[in-house]
Design a protein around this ligand. Structure first.
Ligand code: HEM
Ligand code: HEM
Length: 180
């Protein structure tokens, strides 16, 4: 590992950024798996509990994202190592921007669809007020977008993990360790 990078003050992400990153990095794949599982068991008796859990965890992820974005706006990470080609630094900024966008659009489209559906939304048992009359056709359109956004986010996460592993195993430039 490049020890010069590691000794740069503020090289690592601060503890709140790391905590939120890894909490969301665990919860998002859980939510993807839960969403796909729900679609398998949609019409089975007792499937309701999975939908309730999915909506509650999804709302929790929205709250975590708000905290993370607020923190991030006030705390810029250290510059990437000068050894990294500038196109890779630009691609990394673009990728992180798209991940943030995905982390917003996926739950936002799910929430919009759920608020328009007959079953509504509750946060771990606490029912959210009904802002709209149920509209099945519109809800279905939001769920189409929710599915598309979820697939796109899953693809971005795979690329992101591969990029992280490239820094850890090939570049050995300490970039991976910024998030540990
Ligand atoms: C990061 C957060 C989230 C992820 C990764 C996620 C992921 C998914 C996935 C993969 C599906 C299956 C899509 C399909 O194959 O059709 C799904 C379905 C669903 N999600 Fe989410 N979701 C998230 C947040 C939310 C939120 C916040 C809500 C509502 C409050 C929500 C409500 C739903 C509902 C109701 C369905 C079933 C849609 C249908 O019946 O077609 N999701 N979600
Ligand atoms: C759902 C999964 C994940 C999402 C949504 C995600 C999202 C992000 C975002 C948005 C950033 C930029 C942080 C910022 O500058 O504000 C970031 C940084 C980072 N992530 Fe992830 N991440 C995920 C999973 C992972 C995993 C599994 C790894 C391990 C391979 C990883 C390794 C890293 C590293 C090393 C950084 C720092 C990159 C740098 O210093 O430029 N992430 N992640």
């Amino acid at each position: 590992m490049n020890t010069r990078n590691m000794n740069t003050p503020g090289w690592r992400y601060a503890a709140p950024a790391r905590l939120l990153h890894w909490l969301m990095a665990v919860l998002i794949p859980v939510m993807l798996a839960l969403g796909w599982y729900m679609m398998e068991i949609e019409d089975d008796p007792g499937s309701d509990i999975y939908f309730k859990l999915h909506k509650s965890l999804g709302l929790l992820l929205l709250l975590l994202l708000a905290a993370r974005a607020a923190w991030r706006l006030g705390h810029r990470p250290a510059d990437l190592p000068a050894s990294l080609p500038s196109w890779q630094a630009r691609l990394s900024r673009l990728g992180h921007g798209l991940l943030y966008l995905g982390m917003l659009l996926v739950p936002a489209t799910g929430l919009a669809g759920a608020l328009l559906s007959k079953s509504g939304v509750a946060f771990f048992g606490l029912a959210l007020p009904r802002w709209f009359a149920p509209d099945h056709a519109l809800a279905e359109q939001y769920f189409e977008l929710h599915e598309l956004a979820a697939w796109t986010l899953a693809g971005l996460v795979v690329l992101h993990v591969l990029a992280g592993l490239k820094h850890l195993l090939l570049d050995k430039d300490g970039v991976f360790q910024r998030m540990l």
